[in-house]
Write a protein that binds this ligand. Structure first.
Ligand code: SF4
Ligand code: SF4
Length: 313
């Protein structure tokens, strides 16, 4: 596409935190520091002067905010970013389970042989979860676990699954509580301070015997500022966890291959014991790449008879 045809960026001032990274990235000096406070955020967004802009998109790539800078071609229409779909159209007819038939068992589907892959730990965990039949992921981004959630956000819509970026870790764990209660394999990616915020929800899930998989890519704590790799949640996960005498199953992989294998195994354990399972990987393992072989089969999950399906129509 010629530079003349490339779309130019526009700024959503309410999402700009004034970090100035886009200014450093722009080769045409089209962006300058802002001069006016945004009353909605209390921050000073940058200003765009696009006369010399060639649409190279380097500013978008530099921006850490998903909605700070966007392309003109993605500018929302008058109805806004999202049009609320009719849930009946989205999800189809409401299912009415026949509990008298008991559990609907999992299917195992053979996978064709393929060459080993080189994957980082977070990606390997995501692929392990997908092969275990997980199609519902809820999370809130936190370094160094975010890439796992990011991969799920890209893949799940293509697999008829759901990825929801919640407003917080507290919201994410309660979404897992709901999905797990409906008998659906679900998971989150988080890191130590985020895991702490999930503890009350995990306690509820344990108390209610609801399955769910928590991939905790550990970093130093407490929360603000420290993103260095750590293994400091072992005591928390194994000897304390939530309140109410709660215990979770804890698995600790040491290679990207184990990230895949143990995350897949975590779903089986979580449903067998109806209890959350925690994968504890440190920040190095989350980012470390290694050779990973896929298993010989993947799982198409069934549905346990205890699954809650809402009101009868
Ligand atoms: S698209 Fe390229 S030239 Fe235009 S403002 Fe962004 S970085 Fe600068
Ligand atoms: S990089 Fe994004 S958040 Fe930072 S100043 Fe530019 S537009 Fe704002």
């Amino acid at each position: 596409m010629s530079a003349l045809l490339r779309p130019k960026p526009f700024l959503e001032p309410q999402y700009c935190k004034g970090c100035l990274r886009c200014i450093e990235a722009c080769p045409r000096h089209c962006i300058t520091p802002g001069t006016a406070l945004n009353s909605a955020t209390g921050l000073v967004p940058v200003e765009l002067h696009l006369e010399n802009c060639n649409g190279c998109s380097l500013c978008l790539q530099a921006c850490p905010e998903p909605y700070g800078l966007r392309l003109e071609t993605d500018r929302p229409g008058p109805e806004g970013d999202f049009v609320l779909e009719d849930p009946a159209k989205l999800f189809g007819e409401k299912c009415v389970p026949n509990h008298s038939e008991g559990d609907l068992p999992d299917d195992r589907i053979a996978l064709p042989a393929c060459e080993p892959m080189v994957l980082k730990g977070t990606y390997a965990a995501a692929i392990g979860a997908l092969l275990a039949g997980c199609r519902h992921v809820f999370g809130y981004p936190i370094t160094p676990s975010t890439e796992g959630a990011e991969l799920m956000a890209r893949i799940l819509p293509k697999l008829n699954g759901s990825f929801v970026q919640a407003v917080s870790e507290v919201a994410a764990v309660n979404m897992m509580y709901g999905a797990g209660g409906a008998g659906l394999p679900c998971m989150t990616f988080t890191s130590s301070p985020g895991f702490s915020l999930m503890l009350e929800g995990i306690s509820y899930m344990i108390g209610a015997e609801v399955p769910g998989v928590f991939v905790n890519i550990m970093r130093g704590g407490p929360g603000l500022g420290n993103i260095a790799p750590e293994q400091a949640d072992i005591k928390l996960a194994c000897r304390g966890l939530g309140h109410g005498n709660t215990r979770a199953i804890v698995l600790a992989p040491s290679t990207p291959q184990e990230m895949l294998d143990l995350t897949a195994e975590a779903f089986a354990l979580s449903f067998r014991y109806r209890n959350p399972v925690v994968i504890l990987g440190d920040g190095y393992l989350g980012q470390m790449t290694g050779t990973v072989r896929l298993p010989a089969a993947m799982v198409r999950p069934g549905l346990p008879a205890w699954a809650v399906w809402g009101d009868r129509a």
